[in-house]
Structures are given as C-alpha cells and as structure tokens.
Design a protein around this ligand. Structure first.
Ligand SMILES: Nc1ncnc2c1ncn2[C@@H]1O[C@H](COP(=O)(O)OP(=O)(O)O)[C@@H](O)[C@H]1O
Ligand SMILES: [Mg+2]
Length: 511
C-alpha cells in the first residue's frame, strides 16, 4: 500500500472545532477534506479556518521582525523554526465512514491522531444512483478529486433544488451540465424558462449539441431557426387564473374579467382588447384592462381593427396548440426550452404559469386515478426565482402557480429548480421545503446567512468558505447526501467534449 502523506496532527479542540497542527512544508487549505483514521473507520474532516500558532511570545516575534526589517541582522532566525511556528487548522468532522456506511460523526478522533489528505479511495461510497443527475467532482479545497457526484434525479427534483449565487459564479453553467446529463433519461420532463436564451446554444455550445437532442430536446423561440419551434401562444389558451399572483388586478378589474370570461369564455381577452361592451363593466375599467394587456402581453388593435402583438408571441389566430404541445412533451419526459429573452418579465412568467398550471392539473388527475406512478417527474427551471417566490411578491400579489408547486408539488411529482442571486428574499418556509441547495460563491453576508440558515446540514462554520468559493466551486447540501459535499462543477464546454468522446468510444466498442 502506498504511503499516505501526513499533513498534521490533532492537538485539541472540541466537536465542531478540532485543532490540527499543520506539518511544516504542507499547505492545508480552507475547505480541504482530511482524514483521521480510526479502528475500522475513517473520519472525514473539513477545514474551515486557519490561524498561526507559535511557541514564541508575540512581543518576541514582533521584535525579531523589527530587527530584520530595520536591517539589524537579516541572518537572525529562530532555533528550529518549523517547531516553534506553525499553522493551526480548525476543522469539523463531517462524516464517519465504516465500510460502505456513511454516518454522522458522533465521536472525536483520537487525541493526537495523525491527519492525512483525503484520497479517491476513501470516497468509494460515492456511487452512481438510479436516475443520475451529474453535478461534478468531489473537491477538497480547490483540488479536484476524480470522484463523480451524482444525485438521484427522481428524489432531488421532486423535492426542489435551489441554486443561490452571485452573478457570474456559474449557476447557468451548472444547470446546463445537470440537464445535459439527463437529456437521455425519459424519467424527467423539464421545462426551462430561459430569459437569457443561453441553454439551447444559439450561439456556441448548448444542449442542442447533445446526441440526444434530436429525440428529447424541444426549443421554442419568438425568433426560431430551421428545425425549431415558433413561440406563439394563442390568447384563447389563457385563463384568468393564469394571471393569479403574477399580474395585479383591483377588485373592480377582477369583477370585469369574470364578466368577460363568463360571457365570452376563451375569447375573453380578445373581447377586452376589442373593447366589446359588457353590462356592469365601467368604460374606465375596460380601458385600464386594455392598457394592462398591452403592457403585459403587448396586444392591441391596429387601425384596421385587427388584433396585433408587439412581440408576436401572443395571437388570436395562431398558436392554438403550443402550450398543450409543450405539456404533452413534458409528460413524455422531454426537455423543453422556452426562449423568453424577448419578452417582458410578466409575459415570461405568464407563459410559464399557463404550462405549469396545466401540468399540475393533469398530474393531480393522474394521482387521483392512480396513474401518477407511470409519469415522469416534471421539473421547472426558473431564473431569478424571487420574482415568483419572493416574500414581498407573495404578500402583495398572493400565491402563484410556482409557489404552489414549491409548497405542494412534491405530492404530484412536480418540482422547481430555482436559480437566484437573492435567496434571502424567499420565505424560510418555502426554502425549508427545497431540500437540495447547490451553493456557489457569494460575497453578500446577508445571502450567505440565509443560505446557511436553510441548509440541510449544519453549515454554521462555512460562512468564510462560501464567501471564498471560486467559479464552478460549490457546496452540495441536500437531505439526499450524507454530508454537505464540496464539488467542482465542470465547465459545460469541457464536460460535453468529454461525454461526447466517452459516448463515441462506447459505440466503437459495442459495434
Ligand atoms: N464550473 C465552471 N468552471 C469554469 N468556469 C466556469 C464555470 N462555471 C462558469 N464558469 C465561467 O463563468 C462564466 C459565468 O457563468 P454563468 O454560469 O453564466 O454564471 P451565472 O449564471 O451564475 O451568472 C461562464 O461564462 C464561464 O466562463
Ligand atoms: Mg446565469
């Protein structure tokens, strides 16, 4: 057996604060995973703080530095400096491995235990689950280990995923990697509302480059290109309830909407836009509604009395089957990207609302008929999630379909993948329901606090670690992992090159 490098020794501390003296010449890093070996078990420790230790009084150290700096003797040094001055790492035990069992550690390592770096072999308990969703490789500090981290998508997606991080830390990249890894799996339907048009790969690499894209990826855009679909939503597929919690209406406006809906059914919006008079609706209210529909949907009457739409996305004639087609595809386990980059916020959320309401409705029925088991999990990727899950938004506009999914979706195999820079805006109670958090770097203390407070594991010592996470470095905290796993997410472009190559090699081998 190869000799494992000793990097330090336990010299004191307590449960969540083990003190490890670093061996001279070693460089223990913030976030490093270390191992203390026990009889029949391994204890995984994680470093969360570093400090100097010295046997020499501070005043003597200061004096010596002064002598050197001021040129009184550049040769001056301590006797046996590696013995007298050193680094003390603070670490916590995160897991106890006994064979294939991973447990929450309940004991301290032996006093004066030798400590070594973790190796791939220590992590053999990371196996590929069914319905695997790829997240990245286990990371020790900033060192990547060759150990893949997969989550069981059926568990994880139904219990919601939150991805909190400051802009530019790699949220979108992570979601692309995860989606790429499940594109061939019919057990998941995923709706991706894509306000930056970055997932399909219109310019550069994207999900379209997967060998499975042809069969399982569908792209809708208001500016489609050959082989893709035009995003046109027929006004008749919009119900008054789809606006719930997304667009604010006064009571008078809601009454008016009800009157139009009762009288014209699915032609209610057209008739409002056309200005058809209805008893009991004040002209002033009608006017306000027309202006609202113009602002949100961009629909108006042109001089010839034809209904027009600024963004061309809403129509009174075309697009009758769009939302049904999307829901059917999701129900077959396909991944559907809706490019909403040319839409205003509310229009994007409304289109999502139509689709998600329909899938929610259908899945409720399947459940009552006992047919839900055969259906794929449906997950919805939403950027800037506080737009629909924010405490303020919910207080002023009331619940919307996204918050309903966050609260109750699990029962119906529907989940959210919520991306946000500002997790602190989401109510705790909703966050507590979102069982997997993939935490990327964050420089905002308030956000880190909200992340730590709602995590599945105790991350109270990890504030500094989260602040120092580099691009693509993450902490995976989930009720489906035994401990908060530090991961290195690959750059999407590199990851797909590797998987495409692996796929090719496999084909050659089989053929
Ligand atoms: N895992 C990663 N490894 C290396 N670089 C990354 C990684 N994730 C993201 N990046 C780089 O950072 C940039 C921003 O990433 P992005 O996913 O768009 O961040 P966000 O969505 O959080 O704003 C990417 O264009 C890419 O160049
Ligand atoms: Mg992004």
């Amino acid at each position: 057996m190869e000799e494992l490098e000793i990097v330090g020794q336990v010299v004191g501390g307590k449960t969540a604060e083990l003190l490890i003296r670093e061996k001279s010449g070693k460089k223990i890093e913030l976030g490093d995973l270390l191992i203390a070996e026990e009889e029949g078990a391994l204890l995984i420790l994680q470093v969360y703080d570093l400090a100097y230790g010295s046997q020499v009084p501070q005043s003597t150290r200061e004096l010596l530095a002064g002598l050197k700096l001021e040129g009184y003797g550049t040769e001056l040094t301590f006797l046996e400096p590696e013995l007298r001055n050193y680094v003390i790492a603070k670490a916590k035990a995160v897991a106890r491995i006994e064979g294939k069992d991973v447990k929450v550690p309940k004991t301290l390592p032996r006093f004066f235990s030798y400590i070594r770096y973790i190796t791939e072999k220590d992590l053999e308990f990371f196996t590929k689950p069914p319905n695997p969703v790829y997240v990245g490789k286990v990371r020790s500090g900033s060192k990547k280990l060759d150990v893949d981290v997969y989550l069981n998508g059926v568990d994880v997606f139904t219990h919601h995923v939150v991805i909190p991080a400051t802009t530019g830390r790699g949220k979108s990249n992570l979601v692309k990697v995860m989606l790429w890894s499940i594109l061939d799996q019919p057990n998941f339907g995923v709706l991706i509302l894509d306000p930056h048009d970055e997932y399909y790969g219109r310019h550069g690499k994207g999900l379209k480059d997967s060998p499975y894209a042809k069969d399982s990826l569908i792209y809708y855009s208001s500016t489609p290109f050959p082989g893709t679909n035009t995003l046109i939503v027929n006004l008749r597929s919009i119900l008054p309830s789809h606006f719930q919690g997304i667009v604010e209406f006064t009571d008078a406006q809601l009454d008016a909407i009800r009157s139009y809906y009762n009288r014209f059914e699915d032609e209610w919006i057209e008739n409002i836009v056309r200005g058809t008079e209805v008893d009991g609706v004040a002209p002033r209210t009608l006017e306000v509604l027309q202006r609202k529909f113009y602002n949100v949907l961009g629909v108006y009457l042109d001089d010839d009395g034809n209904l027009q739409c600024r963004s061309k996305v809403f129509s009174d004639t075309a697009g009758q089957t769009t939302t049904k087609d999307i829901v059917n595809a999701l129900e077959k386990g396909k991944k559907v990207i809706v490019d909403t980059s040319r839409l205003l916020d509310q229009a994007e959320l409304l289109i999502g609302s139509i689709i998600v309401s329909e899938i929610f409705y259908r899945y409720q029925i399947y459940k009552s008929e006992g047919k839900l088991e055969d259906k794929p999990v449906v997950s919805i990727v939403i950027e800037e999630a506080p737009r629909v899950l924010g405490t303020d938004v919910l207080a002023s506009l009331g619940e919307n379909i996204y918050s309903t999914v966050a609260r109750e979706g699990r029962k119906f195999k529907i989940g959210l993948i919520a991306i946000t820079q500002l997790i602190s805006l989401i109510p705790r109670q909703i966050l507590a329901n979102m069982n997997t958090k993939i935490i990327l770097g964050n420089e905002m203390a308030v956000e880190r606090k909200a992340i730590i407070d709602s995590a599945a594991q105790d991350l109270s010592e990890d504030d500094r670690t989260i602040a120092s996470l580099d691009r693509g470095e993450a902490i995976l905290s989930s009720s489906f992992t035994k401990f908060a796993v530090p991961v290195q997410i690959p750059l999407f472009e590199d990851y797909i090159k590797a998987t495409i190559k692996a796929e090719k090699d496999k084909t050659i081998f089989v053929g």
